[in-house]
Design a protein around this ligand. Structure first.
Ligand SMILES: Cc1cc2nc3c(=O)[nH]c(=O)nc-3n(C[C@H](O)[C@H](O)[C@H](O)COP(=O)(O)OP(=O)(O)OC[C@H]3O[C@@H](n4cnc5c(N)ncnc54)[C@H](O)[C@@H]3O)c2cc1C
Length: 434
């Protein structure tokens, strides 16, 4: 049989699983089945189950700047374009920001400031007046704000992207098996060391020549040794419900990222929700073996809250930018789980010891969504070259489970915590309110 007609199983229809399916199908692979535990896409278990994600190309590491630039071109195509909004990107640090936040901002700016592609769209901003020139809607004091505006960036509507790309993939012949019974993969099936397919929760076995694990933060549930260097970590997400007039007031504002507080986006016109995320280290959920995995179920609680400290950060962010919103209730609060690595590098590689029969797509480290238009190309290249040539994207044979590396990541500020401690603190707050 032609290699391109052999059965391929992709587990997980999130940003990277869908992109992989798309690129493989476009390259002529004819026998692709995607297994997804959710009943429909977008899945509530996906890190991209969200209104929006930042699409920007500045990184401390120029390697990712180049890739993100290519991805932005992908966002400007007919397939991805409906979900991409090039509102521009304001990045700043407040007058009280720790030096780490300012350094990260300056290092990232340095990768694009002199680049001829970016340079015409970049302006340094110093003080409230400068920021208000770019975004007249900022009505707060913007105390000590310093940063820049980058025109070549914005956001993508992530839930809509997943849904749109899913429908497109289905229309070009990619098969989808969905649901907690039929679509949820319970384990990988091996003959000797070779992975020969997957077993779903309904105890059915599905054969595949190649199995691609794209479960995001959940990957270590199928590949336990991956959990030694990839940690499931979560960040908080909250929203403010706006009126139609308020949505119109904020239409077109740049995606705004205040490095020591958090970030927000232009409101979503359909739901009238204004999304905010605090910036911090994030939260883990280690099991007895030290491997952090998301709790197995998304809803109901404990995931429908954000920690108090994050709420305070977001209210401070609003007080500085849109004080009229600062005391509004937060709705649709949640912890959103991603697959984190100590060096923020992706893992796109064969699973060691499986004779090239299983691939792990992991380590998005909270910056992988923007790559969705081009991500699958890298998986196709891996399959065609049989080896991951990029050292940085290789599977790592290290066990970091006993090392608390989260706070050392250069672009994160603050202290990390474990989910169980957050839940305990939350219960205390709830009891005090009774
Ligand atoms: C709060 C937050 C903010 C972020 N902001 C940004 C940003 O601004 N810009 C950016 O580029 N990136 C951002 N990210 C990261 C981005 O969301 C991820 O990089 C991206 O979603 C990773 O894609 P993935 O396919 O690896 O995983 P996911 O999108 O999480 O998809 C994993 C899929 O696997 C499925 N699954 C899980 N278990 C099973 C199973 N047993 N069987 C079958 N299916 C299963 C899930 O249902 C899900 O659909 C953010 C992440 C978070 C959490």
């Amino acid at each position: 049989m032609n290699k391109q007609d052999l059965p391929i199983a992709i587990v997980g229809a999130g940003a990277w699983g869908l992109s992989t399916a798309l690129h493989l199908a476009n390259a002529g692979y004819t026998n692709i089945t995607v297994y997804e535990r959710a009943e429909k896409i977008p899945s509530p278990y996906s890190a991209a189950w969200d209104l929006n994600k930042i699409v920007r190309a500045e990184y401390e590491d120029g390697f990712y700047t180049k890739l993100a630039l290519e991805a932005i071109e992908g966002w400007k195509t007919a397939l991805f374009g409906p979900y991409f909004h090039q509102t521009g990107y304001v990045v700043a640090a407040t007058g009280r920001a720790p030096p780490k936040a300012v350094k990260h901002m300056e290092d990232a700016l340095a990768t694009i400031e002199k680049d001829p592609i970016f340079a015409p769209g970049i302006r340094r901003l110093d003080g409230a007046g400068d920021f208000k020139t770019y975004t007249w809607q900022y009505s707060g004091p913007l105390t000590g704000f310093k940063g820049y505006f980058n025109r070549l960036a914005g956001y993508a509507h992530s839930s809509d992207t997943l849904e749109g790309i899913w429908k497109h993939c289905a229309s070009i012949g990619i098969k989808f098996v969905l649901g907690e019974e039929k679509g949820k993969v319970a384990r990988l099936v091996y003959t000797g060391k070779k992975c020969v397919g997957v077993e779903t929760a309904d105890s059915k076995t599905h054969k595949a020549d190649l199995t691609i694990c794209a479960l995001g933060a959940h990957n270590a549930a199928l590949l336990p040794s991956l959990g030694q260097f990839v940690t499931a970590r979560s960040w908080s997400v909250a929203h403010v419900q706006l009126s139609e007039d308020e949505v119109n007031l904020l239409r077109g504002i740049p995606t705004t990222n205040i490095r020591d507080l958090g970030f927000f986006f232009e409101p979503d016109p359909k739901t009238r929700l204004f999304k905010l995320c605090p910036l911090g280290i994030g939260y883990t959920n280690p099991g007895p073996n030290g491997v952090s995995l998301p709790p197995p179920e998304r809803l109901p609680p404990p995931q429908d809250f954000i920690p108090r400290e994050d709420e305070l950060k977001l209210r401070q962010l609003l007080r500085e930018t849109f004080p009229w919103m600062a005391d509004r209730p937060f709705v649709d609060q949640k912890l959103c789980w991603f697959a984190d690595t100590a060096d923020s590098e992706f893992c796109i590689d064969y699973v060691p010891g499986t004779d090239h029969s299983a691939i792990a797509l992991s380590g998005d480290s909270g910056h992988g969504f923007k790559m969705m238009p081009i991500f699958g190309k890298w998986v196709k290249e891996l399959i065609e070259s049989d080896e991951q040539h990029l050292q940085r994207w290789r599977w790592k044979n290290v066990d970091l489970t006993d090392q608390n590396w989260g706070e050392a990541v250069s672009w994160r500020i603050g202290k990390g915590a474990e989910l169980k401690d957050l839940i305990a603190a939350q219960s205390k707050i709830a009891r005090a309110r009774l």
